[in-house]
Design a protein around this ligand. Structure first.
Ligand code: HEC
Length: 398
């Protein structure tokens, strides 16, 4: 088996697993935040006496459920107590393995873009992993300092920090890699919140109860704050994870601003839902969030092709001209039997005139408008060749 196929196969298995455990994590996280926001004080005085602070009734899968949350802790430690940490840890582990396989092992192709900066593949991996660590250290220090004073101030400073990271990364890494690393940085922070704060707080609560000592309510409160942050951070992370499919975002000249605005819009919409669970309807949040998202989409829409050919009077390039360019610059990765990569990337083949004609619009989009192809310009495509494709496309791609 070839190494390139091994990379492909392992990335498939890892991505699949990453999605499964990620859904398990985020699903339970959403459920518990919803639960917390929806609880009502119990009507039964006996429950109140037992220390129950809130409860609710729900139906799911044909059953009636009646979850209860203790204001601080129950009188006795239940024998069978469930923690929810494996989904979070396995999401991080599979995510880190996946980013290693996809980006770090193929850094020359996917981390580095000579059109962006002249760093080496090793440096790019250093920047990538360093970002994950730095992201947690900064978040954690900020949270320790501000979380109890002002959530709003914390949010503003954290957004400013993520903006700086996004800006700096897009100055050094290829667009796709910069985006995925902003997402991976926030996701690492979310997992670290579980690992360093939420689970230790729970262990402390349980240990105190086992010793028969009172449970300090501050532990639970702090864990809850971190858990709440994770809830908001989920939307931005998920966008970053799917962003690699959308070259018009990471390929934009102001890709960092595009990313931050989309992330912000999603957080505003999430905020509406969190308030709504408590019975507050604050429509200004989703309206602002949606306006930002739609505004960004309009802003980054590719411009229509220029009406005239590049050089006035020059003959319009023919399909044969463009096929020759594609065979030279694209077919290494996009052909029935590519030479640079093991299989035709994304199933796109650009090795015959028929196929070039069939993919005319996508060729124009990726090689002329967005310039995200060839990857890292590994095949040294020239601006003149891009102009030729533009002229051919503008004249109807005949
Ligand atoms: C070094 C390898 C390489 C070369 C050379 C290359 N590509 Fe790609 N191409 C890829 C990879 C990897 C992907 C998938 C990732 C992505 O979409 O960015 C891709 C994806 C694409 C897609 C997107 C397909 C989809 O469904 O979204 C198009 C279109 C494309 N390439 C066109 C081109 C054109 C046109 C050229 C030549 C000007 C070219 N590529 C040269 C590696 C390459």
């Amino acid at each position: 088996m070839e190494l390139s196929y091994l990379i492909d196969a392992s990335s498939m298995l890892l991505r699949w697993l990453h999605l499964i455990v990620g859904i398990a994590w985020i699903g339970s996280s959403f459920y518990f935040v919803w639960l917390d926001n929806s609880l009502k004080p119990p009507t039964d005085p006996k429950l109140k006496e037992d220390g129950v602070g809130g409860e609710l009734w729900a139906m799911h899968g044909g059953g009636f459920y009646n979850p209860q949350k203790y204001a601080n802790a129950p009188k006795h430690l239940p024998e069978d107590l469930h923690f929810f940490f494996w989904p979070s840890y396995t999401t991080w582990i599979t995510g880190f393995l996946l980013i290693s396989v996809m980006y770090y092992f193929q850094a020359a192709t996917f981390m580095v873009d000579p059109a962006v900066s002249s760093i080496t593949p090793a440096q790019s991996v250093g920047i990538g992993i360093g970002t994950l660590v730095l992201g947690w250290v900064v978040y954690d220090q900020l949270a320790r300092l501000l979380i109890e004073r002002s959530q709003l101030l914390f949010a503003v400073i954290y957004v400013a920090f993520v903006t700086v990271v996004a800006y700096v990364l897009t100055q050094f890494l290829a667009g796709r890699a910069a985006y995925i690393h902003v997402g991976a940085m926030i996701a690492t922070t979310m997992s670290a919140n579980v690992f360093f704060w939420i689970i230790p707080a729970q262990r402390r609560q349980v240990a105190a109860m086992k010793r028969g000592e009172p449970v300090n309510p501050l532990w639970g409160k702090r864990a809850k704050q971190r858990s709440y942050h994770n809830n908001y951070l989920t939307m931005p992370v998920l966008f970053a994870m799917i962003s690699n499919h959308y070259a018009s975002t990471y390929g934009h000249p102001h890709a960092w601003a595009v990313l931050i605005l989309i992330m912000l819009g999603s957080v505003l919409i999430r905020h509406f839902f969190n308030l709504r669970h408590k019975g507050e309807y604050r429509w200004e949040f989703p309206i602002a969030g949606l306006a930002i998202l739609l505004g960004v989409l309009v802003w980054i829409a590719p411009k229509p092709p220029p009406a005239t050919t590049a050089v006035p009077g020059a003959p319009v390039p023919t399909l044969a001209d463009v096929t020759r360019i594609a065979q030279e610059r694209c077919a290494g990765c996009h052909a029935e039997h590519p030479t640079i990569m093991p299989i035709a990337q994304m199933g796109v083949m650009l090795d015959t005139p028929e196929r070039v004609k069939q993919h005319a619009q996508r060729i124009y989009e990726r090689a002329v408008q967005l310039k995200t192809m060839p990857v890292a310009n590994m095949t040294n495509m020239t601006d003149a060749e891009r102009a030729e494709i533009a002229a051919w496309y503008a004249a109807g791609a005949k």
